[in-house]
Design a binder for this molecule. Structure first.
Ligand code: FAD
Length: 339
């Protein structure tokens, strides 16, 4: 007997800007597919929720990324993000369709929207999560209880949060923690258009002007090759920059390096920085603190250079060099260029 018989399916809020869905929505859809596959007894589907103006055309994209169904709310009031109108619309989608769970990216938008919606409908929300699974011990009872993992105590521990008494179970999940499944353009699915009844069409906040943030340099989250600078490499940053140039990558850093004033905060990797997933991450003079590792451990291949053989970074690296960055890095770059 299901605990919440009226609630079913895993919903994913697909955030968009200028009608272009953000990648995190597709990462969450890929993960939601794995969740429903882990508990086929529940018969759950993956449902995308797309809010905006002129977004209907994107519904097929959402299906191609793994959704079985897409609920579209296409309305001029949703052209740009507004807490008021997005909360109104998403709350009504939830009340109408009754999702068992709703996943949202832990982006600036998602962190604003999800708590508002959760408060409006009295649902439990786990913020800033990095992992999610359906509790296998509850599935036989028809219960899709989510076990949601998030860092806690300054990132020194990972806690598992459950919201057993309310539906939907809501979570905001960090971008880049889940893999993107391959796109299948031949997938078919249902598109449902939903028109909310607005509480008010008068905006409570009027946006006069949007000034785009000046992005200095590159977005490290989009780089294929990253050379990570730790405190042990502060004395040889030009060497790292040269290596990055030779390999066609970029330099990023630990918080220690950023706090010491050697690198811009936009290049910080980790719990309070960016999450990165390059093909190659070369960690130079990085100890491997859990807060740093949280932001780079999903890299495809990790090479660590550290003169301390006991450094934690070696426990998560695919290849490790015990030695001085100054000596090892130039040799490594030479070797990689020949490979
Ligand atoms: P250290 O820990 O000082 O390590 C330096 C390493 O360099 C050592 O292992 C040493 O053996 C090695 N070394 C020294 N000289 C050489 C050399 N010549 N050649 C080779 N190896 C050498 N950190 C982050 O990075 N990102 C975050 O987002 C982040 N968020 C945090 C959030 C909170 C709430 C807290 C409490 C901490 C956070 N931290 C974060 C800090 C984190 O705990 C560590 O202090 C930090 O990652 C350590 O940086 P590091 O590895 O550069 O320095």
């Amino acid at each position: 007997m299901a605990t919440f018989p009226d609630y079913k399916d895993i919903y994913v809020f697909v955030e968009q800007k200028d009608s272009e869905p953000a990648e995190v929505g597709y990462e969450l859809i890929s993960e939601a597919r794995k969740l429903v596959a882990s508990a086929p007894e529940l018969g759950f589907q993956v449902v995308g929720v797309l809010l905006g103006e002129n977004v209907k055309d994107k519904a097929q994209d959402v299906i191609a990324h793994g959704a079985d169904k897409v609920i579209v709310v296409d309305d001029p009031l949703l052209k740009d993000y507004s807490t008021q109108f997005y909360t109104d619309a998403l709350t009504q989608v939830i009340n109408e369709f009754k999702p068992d769970s709703l996943l949202t990216g832990a982006t600036v938008l998602g962190r604003d929207l999800a708590p508002r919606v959760a408060a409006r409908i009295n649902a439990g929300l786990t913020a800033d999560a990095t992992g999610i699974e359906i509790d296998p011990t509850k599935v036989a009872d028809g219960d899709a209880l989510l076990l949601v993992t998030r860092p806690t105590f300054g990132g020194n521990l990972f806690g598992t949060i459950v919201c057993p008494n309310t539906r939907p179970q809501m979570a905001t999940i960090r971008p880049k923690v889940f893999d993107l499944a391959p796109v299948d353009e031949t997938r078919t699915g249902e598109v449902i258009e939903f028109a909310p009844v607005w509480n008010s069409t008068e905006p409570e906040v009027v946006v006069e002007e949007v000034l785009p943030k000046k992005i200095e340099g590159v977005d490290i989250a989009k780089c294929n090759i990253l050379i990570g600078a730790g405190r042990g490499a502060e004395g040889c940053l030009p060497l790292l920059e040269e290596a990055a140039k030779e390999l066609g990558g970029e330099v990023c850093a630990t918080r220690a390096v950023v706090e010491d004033g050697f690198m811009d905060k936009s290049r910080q990797v980790g719990q309070t920085g960016k999450t990165v997933r390059p093909t190659l991450y070369i960690a130079c003079g990085i100890s491997g603190a859990v807060q740093h590792v949280a932001g780079m451990e999903k890299s495809d291949f990790i090479i660590a250079i550290n003169r301390d053989p006991e450094a934690e970074i070696f426990t998560i690296s695919n290849l490790g060099f015990i030695g001085d960055v100054n000596q090892v890095l130039p040799l490594l770059v030479e070797g990689l260029k020949k490979a």
